[in-house]
Design a protein around this ligand. Structure first.
Ligand code: PGA
Length: 247
């Protein structure tokens, strides 16, 4: 199963549901539809209405983040996994570099993953090195730390997806070479195997994925799908990625 996940970030108002309706319409008629799953993560304020609308449809609606506590607490503006689940969200991103740069620590991320899984949310756990770490050839050690400090053996691996997003590639149009990316995804799978032994979580790539770059990525069979930012805000661009991936 491949995944095409659209991360809207700070984008969207109620009428933006039309973008997802168009994507859903495409998916319903696509001859490859059984081969992949679409998840869209709109901002918190849209989760309830979007989740309700797509409840019995194939597209899953998820959150972009969650707070590191389970239920209710006195943290202003925080949204817990329990609250996300109660409005119909099916999954949540955790550890996006935007949130890491705003202060998310490994301990906070571990709690987020733990409580999200406890509330039956699928977790898309994001990892990735920055430009300087890449330049200093620290990519593998950074990834190893990010993964092993957060993901635990006791976590339900069937509900974990890992997204490799090199920070220097997010929103920049810069992408890793095919070899680099292949090696990195294989390395991530190796680390995950040390934790989870048999069946590994899926590993996605994210960072400047669009209808063009996906033509390069589609030859890397280890990639289990994509986390798409900018190009997920347009139904046409998002659909083009899926079309070009299977072309
Ligand atoms: P991008 O963002 O596709 O715009 O590079 C990816 C992400 O941040 O998830």
């Amino acid at each position: 199963m491949k995944y095409f996940i659209g991360n809207w970030k700070m984008f969207g108002v109620p009428k933006s549901i039309n973008i997802i309706k168009k994507i859903n319409f495409f998916h319903l008629k696509d001859k490859n539809r059984k081969k992949y799953r679409i998840i869209i993560t709109p901002p918190y304020i849209l989760l309830e209405t979007f989740s309700k609308y797509f409840k019995n449809k194939k597209i899953l609606i998820g959150s972009q983040n969650c707070y590191q506590k389970d239920h209710f607490s006195s943290n202003t503006a925080a949204i817990s996994p329990y609250m996300l689940k109660s409005v119909g969200a099916k999954c949540t991103l955790v550890g996006h570099s935007d949130n890491r740069s705003e202060g998310d620590t490994n301990q906070m991320l571990k709690n987020k993953v733990n409580f999200a899984l406890k509330n039956n949310l699928k977790v898309v756990f994001c990892v990735g090195e920055n430009k300087i770490e890449k330049k200093n050839k620290k990519t593998f050690s950074v990834l190893k730390k990010q993964i092993t400090k957060v993901l635990e053996k006791k976590f339900n691996k069937d509900n974990i997806i890992v997204a490799y997003e090199p920070i220097w590639s997010i929103g920049t149009g810069k992408i890793p070479t095919k070899n680099e990316l292949e090696e990195t995804i294989i390395y991530i799978k190796k680390i995950l195997k040390q934790i989870y032994k048999k069946k590994n979580p899926a590993v996605l790539y994210g960072g400047s994925v669009d209808g063009n770059s996906v033509k390069i990525f589609k030859d890397i069979k280890e990639i289990d799908g994509f986390l798409i930012g900018g190009a997920s805000k347009s139904s046409k661009k998002f659909i083009d990625i899926i079309k070009n991936y299977y072309r």
